[in-house]
Design a protein around this ligand. Structure first.
Ligand code: PMP
Length: 362
């Protein structure tokens, strides 16, 4: 007997591992491993979610009209150019399903998000890595990685797990250096956190071309990770393709309703942003002071490089876990001397600083 065989390449995929959420023997944990917001979702989104309970027997709106209208109104773009998805993870898979096949290549930068190679390999295609410079995406390296087989370039901006970004001018230079046949996907999952005036989430490129799209998520600053809600702003030709490959009801009703409510609650967004601005600066300064190299971040997380390497990372991780603090190991990204910290509450950040101060003194 022969067992069913998956498509070539599938068994080469290393399954995605999410941030851990438990420490054996520790009852009170602080999950700082998945770049979630410490403030939680908007109370208005929670109310809407609760009110959905009586409607669970109904299919969601397959066209996602109200939410797409809300997004379009918020950003001043046509609703017809918005496609929603079950998290932006799903959109990454849909893009690969539609544009990538065996023999094709997909380019992304060295420390780019793990879902790009996974979704690429799921289609029998080859992920191609472009080296970064100083933990920052390098436009020249990305362009040099492009071959006639390249179908898609994924750029996370700001990047995860580094927290760095490339400027609007660099983003434009990337687009202009790519063949028009290559789809550029700007994954702006952390865009709301960025407060630099030379940053662009890529929207103006999407508006003026038919080969560039932007991804966003409600999982990060909006605090709706559990509901799985992402969206893309894309030119009409790409929208038309994505609608053909998505499931008919790929966005659940609770996500649609809570997402629209969260978008309206701009005061909650401002609060989340202000908290992050203050904590990002404070934690960066405190960790730098005790001798950890902190990559300058514009997002809601910090990549920390330990001067004594992997052994010190293990000691740090153990000391943090003992206090219930779970960060993200970076070995999977080829950075065994690093840990990534998602910004938490003031109390959580203080606990991290205290634990790491002890480790650095040891
Ligand atoms: N892109 C990036 C850069 C991310 O960091 C994440 C979340 N880890 C995602 C996409 C996926 O987010 P979602 O929860 O919307 O699937």
């Amino acid at each position: 007997m022969t067992a069913p065989k998956p498509q070539p390449g599938i068994l080469d995929i290393a399954p995605y591992k999410g941030g851990e959420a438990a420490v054996p023997g520790v009852t009170k944990v602080h999950k700082l491993s998945s770049n979630e917001t410490p403030l939680g979702p908007s109370p208005k989104a929670m109310e809407v979610f609760k009110a959905m309970a009586g409607e669970l027997h109904r299919y969601p709106d397959g066209a996602v009209e109200q939410l797409r209208d809300a997004i379009a109104g918020h950003y001043g773009v046509p609703a017809d150019n918005i496609v929603c998805s079950n998290g932006s993870d799903e959109m990454i898979s849909l893009i690969c399903a539609a544009y990538v096949g065996p023999g094709d290549e997909v380019v992304y930068s060295q420390y780019g998000f793990m879902m790009y190679p996974i979704a690429t390999m799921a289609r029998g295609a080859t992920p191609v890595v472009a080296k970064e410079k100083d933990f920052t995406s390098d436009v020249d390296a990305l362009l040099a990685a492009v071959t006639p087989k390249t179908k898609v370039v994924f750029l996370t901006n700001p990047n995860n797990p580094t927290g760095t970004y490339i400027s609007a001018a660099e983003l434009r230079r990337l687009r202009e250096g790519l063949p028009d046949s290559v789809l550029l996907v700007v994954d702006a999952a952390y865009a709301e956190y960025v407060s630099r005036n030379d940053y662009s989430n890529g929207m103006e490129l999407v508006a003026s071309r038919d080969d560039t799209m932007m991804l966003r998520t409600f999982s990060k600053i909006y605090g709706l990770a559990a509901l799985r809600l992402g969206w893309a702003y894309a030119p009409a030709n790409v929208v038309s393709v994505l609608h053909r490959v998505r499931g008919p009801f790929n966005v659940n009703a609770a996500a649609q309703a809570a997402g629209a409510a969260a978008l309206k609650d701009t005061a909650w967004l401002d609060k989340a942003r202000a908290h992050n601005d203050a904590e990002l600066a404070r934690v960066t300064a405190a960790l730098t002071k005790i001798g950890i190299k902190v990559v300058p971040s514009v997002a809601n997380f910090l990549l920390m490089q330990f001067p004594k390497g992997g052994e010190q990372v293990k000691a740090a991780d153990a000391a943090l876990r003992q206090r219930g603090l779970i960060l993200r190991g970076m070995t999977g990204y080829g950075l065994p001397d690093c840990l990534r910290l998602s910004i938490g509450t003031v109390e959580e950040d203080d606990m991290v600083i205290a634990a790491l101060t002890d480790v650095m003194k040891a």
